[in-house]
Design a protein around this ligand. Structure first.
Ligand SMILES: Cc1cc2nc3c(=O)[nH]c(=O)nc-3n(C[C@H](O)[C@H](O)[C@H](O)COP(=O)(O)OP(=O)(O)OC[C@H]3O[C@@H](n4cnc5c(N)ncnc54)[C@H](O)[C@@H]3O)c2cc1C
Length: 374
């Protein structure tokens, strides 16, 4: 069957669904084509932190983009709840960051200093155990990032796809996109497992697979590669970890339903999504070093996901320099949940108006082409 649309979005993760919903709200006839099930890849594997400050090791354009996206989160998730009827469990109780060694204390003290100098709120906790009573004896010092938040990323994916469909988006699941078609330097659509879709614009939101999407000859694929992350899920410990807790070796994140997620790894394992015994042991050791009582919780499940990484760890957001109508929304690496609202807005601006005033200049696809020419 032959379909037509104004925009085809390849990939139904948090980025593809957020982009499609925003485009439909602005009047574009939009089709999402997802090879498997929507939200089932990196989006489902994430910890759901909306945490540009805790995750940042230095100032720069990525931090600025993250903070701008975080500022949108409350209104965005409220709108999604109204549109979809799904509560995405957005919580704003901040993040506690624990130092377990003298070296950790120095790293965190430096982070607090540069973030305060940048005008961001960071508190050094005089009594960390008032925030997380079960903190273990190894914890020497702790920071609180009161403006870093969290969301249930599984529910977010559901809310986004329901909201996108209600806004008029057609979502094709179990339908791989084999290739982007073009004629005379302009996109004409995509070839899918269920036939062609004709469209003048294609958004590449294929996550860790974005560089593998079939493109016309001479068009550079975005330099995206997979970085595996594993998560161990415990059950029954909300009183043990009432709020997200980080150290330099891992994190634990509570969920409203009583699960506690412990993560994670940064691994070059190709496209293999296995959970490994060694990583599970490391993740649990890092979690129990912060909160020894976690050792008594029930082991529920474990999974792994593939983060879409780029050479400079910044996402790729904007029009491809070498093919009219091809737009990239990928490479969100460790921050795709955080960056979804601002990415959706920026991509919808680019598609509908040809440009955006949002701070995505440092994320433009063409930056890698220049680097290669040097
Ligand atoms: C363990 C872990 C923890 C994380 N924690 C956080 C966190 O706390 N906060 C945060 O902000 N981020 C976090 N992330 C990162 C975040 O999950 C990703 O940045 C984000 O999910 C990327 O979204 P995406 O839509 O680009 O990719 P995905 O969710 O991977 O979606 C891409 C989709 O494209 C589809 N696809 C690929 N190729 C094709 C094709 N040819 N045709 C059709 N469909 C195709 C795939 O099937 C997939 O569904 C974490 C990631 C991991 C792995």
């Amino acid at each position: 069957m032959r379909r037509t649309a104004d925009v085809v979005v390849v990939g139904g993760g948090v980025i593809g669904c957020a982009v499609a919903r925003e485009l439909a709200r602005r009047g574009a006839r939009t089709i999402v084509v997802e090879r498997g099930e929507v939200g089932a890849e990196a989006t489902r594997a994430a910890a759901g932190m909306v945490a540009p400050q805790a995750e940042s090791s230095g100032p720069g354009p990525l931090l600025r983009l993250g903070i701008a996206s975080r500022e949108r989160y409350a209104a965005w998730t409220e709108a999604l709840a109204a549109e979809s009827g799904v509560d995405v469990e957005y919580r704003t109780d901040g993040i506690v960051y624990a130092a377990l060694t003298a070296a950790d204390v120095r790293v965190l003290a430096a982070r607090a200093r540069w973030q305060r100098a940048a005008g961001l709120r960071v508190e050094r906790l005089a009594h960390p155990r008032r925030h997380v009573p079960a903190l273990g004896p190894q914890v020497r010092m702790a920071l609180h990032f009161p403006d870093d938040h969290r969301v249930n990323n599984e529910r977010l994916a559901t809310a986004l796809v329901v909201a996108a469909r209600r806004a008029g988006v057609a979502v094709l699941e179990r339908t791989p996109v084999a290739a982007v078609r073009a004629r005379r330097g302009k996109v004409t659509g995509v070839d899918t497992g269920a036939g062609p879709v004709d469209a003048p614009v294609v958004v590449n939101a294929a996550g860790a697979w974005a560089g593998r999407l079939g493109l016309p000859p001479g068009v550079a694929p975005p330099p995206v590669f997979p970085v595996r992350g594993q998560i161990i899920v415990l059950r029954g410990g909300l009183e043990v970890v009432p709020r997200p807790l980080y150290s330099l070796r891992g994190y634990v994140v509570p969920r409203v339903d009583g699960r506690v997620l412990a993560g994670s790894t940064l691994e070059d394992a190709g496209y293999e999504k296995r959970v490994t015994a060694g990583a599970a042991a490391d993740i649990l050791a890092a979690a129990c070093a912060m909160v020894p009582r976690l050792a008594g919780l029930t082991l529920d499940t474990a999974y792994a996901g593939l983060r879409p990484a780029t050479p400079d760890h910044r996402p790729i957001i904007g029009a491809a320099p070498d093919l009219d109508g091809l737009v990239h929304a990928t490479g969100h690496y460790r921050s795709g949940i955080l960056l979804a609202p601002i990415t959706a807005e920026a991509i919808a601006d680019v598609v509908m108006d040809g440009r955006t005033a949002l701070p995505v200049a440092a994320m433009r696809p063409g930056r890698f082409a220049r680097r290669r020419r040097r």
